[in-house]
Ligand binder design. Structure first.
Ligand SMILES: C[S@@+](CC[C@H](N)C(=O)[O-])C[C@H]1O[C@@H](n2cnc3c(N)ncnc32)[C@H](O)[C@@H]1O
Length: 555
């Protein structure tokens, strides 16, 4: 890596190179990344005319070189036959300035010409956009709430980039259609109207043919098309919740865009599921987690470590769905706010958080988890970050609320962790936790050998320094963590209400899962699983467990 000012130049970047740039919000020119791709060889005007022909594409057409993003109507995008656009923009040159900017998936025939670079293989690309412009065209100063790789396939573009911020850039009003567009034109800055803009200095970057610009989320940029023909593709993906929290005022201005992006991801996922793509098939019933490997005895619960992780995800989905309404009512009763910015710590695949966001749309909810497997699942439901809850790198006291569900049972020092979580919220902000206690489980009758299973599960938790009897202790833990005004509600989950089969899946199966590795006796474990199955068929059987919903205020 060579470094000049705040711009890095990286030849043949690796995924860690990109992750470093993302983590440091460092602009970078990446070279060698897209060499050899078909688009690099064949995309030019004649080729695009041949492939796209008269198909309609999204075009912005204006008289002025600097596009106008109107605060009340947005950008005037029209559908125009590609050949008409090409004729007007590049042959007759009589129609002002025209910019093709379309999702590449809307233009059949182009997506065979490129592959996603390996360095973004792990990112969930939410949009790949193709851009085509003549010389002189200028995109006004704006920022995007996503991470971007901008690949210059033909021609070149000059980027004037400015670090994240808000007040110095004079964006259009929050509730306008252009809250992420600056009113300042850096070429004519008008210091009398926009004095604070004088304090910022741009980084000027020429992105040449074949190069890829990494543009960090929330960086402001004004872009100039330099050559007679400029063709580029950009790949965008959601930034981490860390970054969005760091640049919170900018995130909040673009939350509707982020929500639309999330909807796009969800639609694409559903489509993949309908197409029967791998990983999206109907899920078989739950199975046990993988046996703890040697040296992993003190590792915590991680869905990604299960033998059948998708089955565990589907169990969590069912559990969250069955309890959602009553838990939410209880949470609201103990002071959970209906608006504000907050975090769900140990969010897992995000089903609980998704329910909260749906029911309380004014919430800005981020998720945090340590397990990359569940985060891949959660990403389509809410903005998430990977992190260890015992060492959160957030600034103290910035959030309106923080909560966690079925999470404190998986940490060794829940009072300390609760203190760390509580430290994230403003003084007077809300802290909430939901957890059950194994000790509150009632089974009548008890399935054969279940006492052994319960003891093995207790040992599973003890070996990891944790306890599944955390629910009834939550009020005490809150007090120890310095959280005041503690309120408690109980939600009794019973087989009569949700059905014995559902009760067995969401409550008893985890007992069997945890016990398997401790028992170390497959035959005994199989017999215990059969006994639970019989129990579900016994019309006289009844089961209940208590979930504790606790809320308080940071002092
Ligand atoms: C039982 S799941 C609960 C998931 C979700 N809250 C729900 O209610 O469905 C517990 C989650 O806590 C996460 N977790 C455990 N220890 C963690 C830690 N130290 N830091 C962050 N997340 C952790 C696990 O990866 C897992 O996703």
């Amino acid at each position: 890596m060579s470094r000049k000012g705040r711009l890095l130049r990286v030849d043949n970047p690796t995924p860690p190179d990109l992750d470093r740039c993302i983590g440091q919000s460092r602009l970078a020119i990446l070279r060698g990344l897209m060499d050899g791709q078909a688009a690099a060889r064949c995309w030019d005007l004649p080729y695009l005319r041949q492939v796209i022909g008269a198909r309609p594409v999204s075009v912005v057409q204006q008289d002025e070189p600097r596009l106008v993003w109107h605060p009340s109507s947005g950008l005037p995008v029209r559908q125009v036959p590609f050949d008409r656009f090409a004729e007007a923009a590049f042959v007759r040159k009589d129609a002002g300035y025209a910019y093709l900017q379309d999702d590449v998936n809307n233009i059949p025939g182009l997506d065979d010409d490129y592959r996603l670079p390996a360095i973004v293989a792990e990112k969930e690309i939410v949009r790949t956009k193709v851009w085509l412009s003549g010389p002189g065209l200028i995109t006004p100063l704006h920022y995007d709430p996503v991470e971007t790789l901008h690949w210059m396939i033909r021609g070149s573009k000059r980027f004037l980039c400015y670090p994240p911020g808000l007040g110095r850039y004079y964006p259009y009003p929050f509730r306008s259609r252009a809250p992420f567009i600056s009113r300042v034109d850096p070429d004519h800055p008008d210091p009398a109207r926009y004095p604070r803009f004088q304090a910022v200095r741009p980084i000027e970057i020429l992105v040449e043919e074949g190069e890829v610009l990494y543009l960090p989320a929330y960086y402001w940029h004004q872009v100039y098309s330099e050559r007679p023909v400029n063709i580029s593709l950009n790949f965008v993906w959601f930034t981490s919740a860390w970054k969005s929290l760091r640049f919170l005022p900018q995130f909040l201005r673009t939350r509707r865009h982020v929500a639309r992006g999330l909807a796009h991801v969800q639609a694409a996922r559903s489509q993949r599921a309908r197409d029967g793509a791998p990983g999206a098939r109907a899920l078989p019933p739950p199975a046990a987690p993988g046996r703890a490997s040697e040296g992993a005895a003190v590792s915590q619960y991680r869905v990604g470590d299960f033998k059948a992780p998708r089955q565990e995800v589907s169990r969590l989905a069912r559990q969250a769905q069955l309890l959602a309404v009553r838990e939410r009512e209880a949470l609201l009763a103990v002071g959970f706010p209906s608006q504000g910015v907050g975090i769900d710590v140990g969010c897992g695949p995000g089903f609980f958080a998704e329910g909260l966001r749906r029911a309380l749309p004014a919430l800005e909810l981020f998720g945090l988890d340590i397990d990359p497997y569940v985060l891949r699942e959660a990403r389509g439901r809410l903005p998430v970050a990977r992190g260890e809850a015992t060492a959160l790198p957030f600034a103290e006291g910035r959030l309106d609320f923080a909560c966690c569900r079925l999470f404190l049972r998986h940490v060794t020092d829940p009072a300390r962790v609760l203190g760390v979580i509580g430290g994230l919220v403003k003084p007077g902000g809300f802290v909430g936790a939901i957890d059950a206690s194994d000790a509150s489980l009632l089974l009548d009758p008890m399935p054969a050998d279940f006492a052994t299973v319960a003891a093995a599960r207790r040992e599973w938790f003890t070996l990891r320094g944790c306890s599944a009897d955390v629910g009834h202790r939550l009020p005490d833990l809150f007090v120890h963590a310095g959280i005041g005004a503690v309120a408690v509600r109980r939600v009794v989950v019973d087989s009569a209400t949700i059905g014995r089969e559902a009760f067995a899946q969401i409550v008893l199966v985890p007992f069997l899962q945890a016990a398997e590795s401790v028992l170390g006796d497959p035959a005994r474990h199989a017999a215990a699983a059969c006994a639970v199955e019989e129990w579900t068929r016994d019309r006289a059987a009844h089961g209940a467990i208590t979930v504790f919903v606790v809320g308080g205020r940071r002092g």
